[in-house]
Ligand binder design. Structure first.
Ligand SMILES: [Zn+2]
Length: 309
């Protein structure tokens, strides 16, 4: 299909905007700050982007959105703690009424999963799990090309639930692992220890040092013992719930996104650990970095927009 789709990737800081005039192609037009406090200001910002970049396109050209937060498939209502303007709104329905054009929306992890399953490193795979190892931990699921939108918009969120251990044995030594209060209200979620911030929290816990995840991964690659302890503990903690997710879903491919996915050696080490802990014998790498590490939101939105139009 060659009809055009407006694509927006909405984060807590910026709106990235683009136009996909042909399937698989996006012209990206940079980004503007997200008006997080006011629904009206947010809607105006989107209208201005459409006016500026889509004047030549038909008035019925749809808008597809990748957004931070959760989108309920039942009500369309948003749960986006860092964008208060969305509170109480059905993003797609309310924006469609204001802009007078079809609007669809899915969360950014879901859009990343769609992008990878349709145009990225998991093309032609029947069961694609996408995991986000960003500030925290998230995920999405695409089966036979279709995004699985679970009840309440929650699918593939393997980072929540009390799933971290209280103790790990590494090189024959026992280490206590903190169970931290999570933003979701529970205690002991992987989300607090499994993303980039989580790796930094683990490092602080073991060594009482403030280091960035990039420094820690670099130290691990260079054989630094302190960084190696942190990364080895991180790998253990992340691999276990991920192996459980593999046993439940039977993915043919898992693609990783988020900041830590750029650390290819880290993802390769996690892949080996996960495959060592699952029932099926995967002969080839199961977990690989995604193709769309920076533009998965826009690419996924273009896939979503084409599927709905
Ligand atoms: Zn949680």
């Amino acid at each position: 299909m060659s009809s055009a789709v407006f694509c927006a990737d909405i984060g807590g800081s910026f709106i990235k905007f683009g136009v996909s005039r042909y399937s698989g192609k996006i012209e990206e037009y940079g980004k503007v700050p997200t008006p997080v406090a006011s629904w009206q200001d947010f809607a105006d910002a989107i209208q201005q982007l459409i006016d500026r970049y889509g004047a030549d396109l038909p008035a019925c050209t749809p808008l597809a959105i990748s957004t931070a937060g959760l989108v309920s498939p039942q009500t369309g209502e948003m749960l986006a703690t860092n964008i208060p303007a969305f509170t109480g709104h059905s993003l797609a329905k309310d924006l469609s009424a204001v802009l007078d054009r079809p609007v669809t929306a899915a969360n950014d992890a879901d859009c990343f999963a769609l992008a990878e399953a349709h145009a990225g490193n998991a093309q032609n795979q029947p069961v694609v799990a996408a995991i986000i190892l960003g500030t925290g931990v998230g995920g999405g699921l695409v089966i036979n090309g279709q995004l699985v939108r679970g009840h309440g918009g929650v699918t593939g969120e393997w980072g929540h639930g009390a799933i971290t251990r209280t103790e790990l044995t590494i090189d024959g030594k026992n280490y206590p692992i903190p169970r931290l209060k999570c933003g979701c209200g529970q205690t002991g979620c992987l989300d607090m220890l499994g993303g980039a911030r989580g790796m930094e929290r683990l490092h602080q816990h073991f060594h009482h040092q403030e280091n960035t995840s990039l420094d820690i991964v670099t130290g691990w690659l260079n054989g630094d013992p302190g960084s190696s302890l942190t990364v080895n503990a991180w790998l253990e903690l992340v691999a276990e719930p991920l192996a459980l997710l593999v046993n439940i879903l039977g993915p043919s491919r898992i693609v990783a996104g988020g900041g830590l996915a750029s650390a290819t050696e880290l993802i390769a080490a996690l892949d080996v650990k996960v495959r060592g802990g699952v029932l099926h014998n995967y002969a080839e790498p199961l977990l690989i970095p995604g193709k769309f590490l920076t533009d998965g939101g826009l690419v996924g939105a273009s896939v979503l927009g084409r599927m709905q139009s």
